[in-house]
Design a protein. Structure first.
Length: 262
């Protein structure tokens, strides 16, 4: 009888976790407030990500392959996160001299937690706290050269009519450009999510990012559009594009990725 009582108590929780819709952290600039249900794992990877930064003195192209985030459900409201960039190619061309430098490197690792405070499935009004640290396992210019840390507070509001509002403020102890020490950086992202169909979702976002690096303070303004398609309940394919809106921001970024829940 004791085991029967325990099973009856656990049954609603197990059913709730099993029925939770898949909620990948990609694509887009912002961060969703939902968490992965306990006992499940989400592997989310950028298959390719290309960024162009063109200014009067030089042009830099960065290609990332295998930029991966693994999310592990620990409890109904807490997930662990492990991230790593497997490969990055950076090509820099000096416009004055015509010289070209290239570098092929692995990137840094990320360790984090996401703790949902309200509605872990992301429904209604959902809010979470996501602290993280980055570890300098990669090499410059793909890796940062030192450890960093930060916290994101993602919020999601269901607006009805298949629309949702997503807000993601973030504050960081970002690594200095020379790879030695840290400085304050912060950004805020606001996005409008649209359920286009039962399997396709789109998001339009705007982000402003302030970086107080000792080498020079910058403020970047970005806009983004992304699409996610779920051919099955545990699979998502995505594409996205980002445009820089001011001089400090990179000119453009395009990417494609895949997410899988186990």
């Amino acid at each position: 009888m004791k085991w029967l009582a325990v099973a009856l108590l656990l049954a609603p929780t197990a059913a709730s976790a099993e029925d939770r819709d898949y909620c990948p952290a990609r694509p887009g600039l912002g961060t969703p407030a939902c968490t992965i249900e306990p006992g499940r794992v989400s592997v989310e990877m950028a298959l390719v990500d290309w960024t162009r930064d063109d200014n009067p003195g030089m042009r830099q192209d960065t290609i990332l392959i295998g930029d991966t985030l693994v999310r592990i459900g620990l409890t109904d409201t807490v997930e662990a996160q492990i991230g790593w960039t497997a490969f990055g190619h950076v090509r820099t061309r000096d416009k004055a001299t015509g010289s070209v430098d290239t570098a092929n490197r692995a990137g840094d690792a990320l360790l984090g937690l996401k703790v949902n405070l309200h509605h872990p499935d992301g429904s209604g009004f959902s809010v979470a706290v996501q602290p993280f640290i980055t570890l300098p396992v990669g090499r410059s210019p793909v890796g940062s050269g030192d450890w960093g840390a930060g916290v994101v507070i993602p919020l999601t509001f269901d607006l009805g009519h298949k629309l949702s509002l997503q807000v993601s403020p973030e504050a960081d102890a970002a690594v200095d450009q020379d790879g030695r020490g840290r400085h304050f950086a912060a950004n805020g992202t606001i996005g409008l999510g649209v359920e286009i169909s039962d399997t396709v979702n789109g998001t339009i976002e705007f982000q402003e990012a302030r970086d107080d690096d000792p080498s020079g303070r910058t403020t970047q303004a970005l806009s983004s559009i992304s699409l996610g398609w779920m051919p099955r309940k545990d699979w998502q394919l995505d594409i996205g594009a980002v445009a820089g809106l001011n001089h400090d921001a990179p000119d453009a970024e395009v990417y494609a990725g895949v997410s899988r829940r186990f």
